[in-house]
Write a protein that binds this ligand. Structure first.
Ligand code: ATP
Ligand code: MG
Length: 398
């Protein structure tokens, strides 16, 4: 066993890869958004699970700070979207982290007299909450007041503005039954303060369900956001993601290995990290040296990937849902968008055909367990990259 060689690859949600490959075009889009004179467009980064939204968003942070922006951000967990107030508190908590360094002074008043003495305090969460409590109106009015108040105190620092960057934004939801509209509140508040010329920018990332959800809540969201869809990496970018992390080390990937890894992963970032980490471990454990290892043990690695990654997701589906997924996996466009009609037609030649309404109904239940996404034009896509290949492997074993 060769010791002391660290495996540089990092499969895992939100783990910055050893080399962030590709994404130049997306980074350019972000720079364009930053260069707006007045904020007319906000940014959405969207794409399937594991495509690299979180790490790309993380890579934007230093760029924005270097350009003079203040960066505020976190994840939108489901709990932040329970009510309008919880959403507002989420924003103010995150904002207070960066504004708490700002010292402001206010005149001291005693029994109605303004004294010449000034009292200093910080723009911390307590100060923001004080403003929130004093502001009249609905939560949206209160939030606007606090944000305007904060900006007035940030102006002297000559910053370009404040970026509110939120990951997992597909979790934001309005709750009509409870009369709580946190998602609409977010859109209303930012639209309103941006109209007043306050440079507070929203950068949201999320699954493909995010943008349709925003537009459903407020039709103007369509004009408010520029949507950047992240896709798998190109062949060149994939090669860089594979090769660059080991360039200086003693273990290197041959051109053949790079090709096999690309074929296995088809350029999906999470799978690249996963497969590279496995291959690297095999080499380092000195079972075989790279030159001697004729081939990457593709089947073994795929089996491990199936157990680690796919089987948990597959187990969320009922038997009948699996039958439907099996049909989807056999469509020629299984790895892109497909329609209800295509499934119905294919299923006609199967032992247990599906009717139109049955397919519709099952697709919507598959959407709710996050195995399928529906887009705005009524087409569907498998929510997990390479799930179709996994299913075909399962079918082959039957
Ligand atoms: N451009 C890239 N080059 C190389 N590896 C990448 C790239 N982008 C992402 N990765 C790797 O892919 C994996 C998934 O990245 P990330 O967690 O950012 O995806 P995500 O789109 O946020 O996924 P999720 O929807 O599950 O939150 C990580 O292991 C990360 O290191
Ligand atoms: Mg993520």
């Amino acid at each position: 066993m060769t010791t002391g060689i660290r495996n540089p690859f990092r499969p895992g949600a939100g783990h910055m890869p050893p080399y962030l490959a590709g994404r130049e075009a997306e980074t350019l889009e972000f720079s364009k958004i930053l260069s707006q004179e007045r904020i007319l467009q906000n940014l959405i980064l969207t794409g399937l699970r594991g495509v690299g939204k979180t790490v790309l968003l993380d890579s934007f942070k230093p760029l924005a700070i270097a350009e003079g922006w203040i960066w505020v951000g976190a994840d939108f967990s489901e709990s932040s979207s329970v009510s309008e107030r919880t959403l507002a508190m989420r924003l103010l908590t995150d904002l207070a982290i960066v504004t708490s360094g700002i010292v402001i002074s206010s005149p001291v008043t005693t029994a109605g007299f303004v004294q010449s003495k000034e009292e200093e305090h910080r723009l911390d969460f307590e100060a923001l909450m004080k403003k929130w409590n004093e502001a009249p109106g609905l939560p949206s009015d209160k939030l606007k007041s606090v944000l305007e108040y904060v900006w007035a105190h940030v102006v002297p620092f000559k910053k370009k503005g404040v970026i509110f960057a939120y990951d997992e934004a597909q979790n934001l939801t309005d709750h009509p039954k409870e009369q709580e509209y946190p998602l609409s509140l977010l859109l209303d508040v930012f639209q309103s303060i941006q109209r007043k010329g306050i440079p507070f920018l929203l950068v949201l990332t999320g699954l493909p369900t995010l943008f349709p959800k925003l537009v459903e809540a407020r039709t103007y969201a369509e004009r408010m956001f520029h949507v950047v869809s992240l896709d798998k990496l190109s062949k060149e970018a994939s090669s860089e993601a594979i090769v660059k992390p080991t360039q200086k080390g003693s273990v290197k990937f041959s051109a053949n290995s790079v090709n096999s890894i690309y074929e296995m992963t088809q350029g999906h970032p999470y799978f690249i990290q996963y497969v590279c980490r496995e291959v690297f471990d095999i080499w380092v454990s000195n079972i075989a040296r790279e030159e001697e290892l004729a081939k990457i043990p593709v089947n073994e690695i795929l089996q491990k990937l199936d157990a680690d990654f796919f089987s948990g997701r597959w187990s969320r589906a009922t038997d009948r849902q699996r039958d439907l997924l099996a049909i989807i996996a056999q469509l020629k466009n299984s790895n892109s968008e497909f329609t209800v009609q295509e499934i119905v037609e294919f299923s006609m030649h199967q032992p247990h055909p599906f009717s139109n309404s049955h397919v519709n109904q099952m697709l919507s239940s598959l959407c709710s367990v996050a195995l399928v996404h529906k887009n705005r034009w009524g087409k569907y896509i498998l929510a997990v990259p390479l799930l179709d290949e996994f299913i075909r492997r399962q079918l082959a074993q039957r």
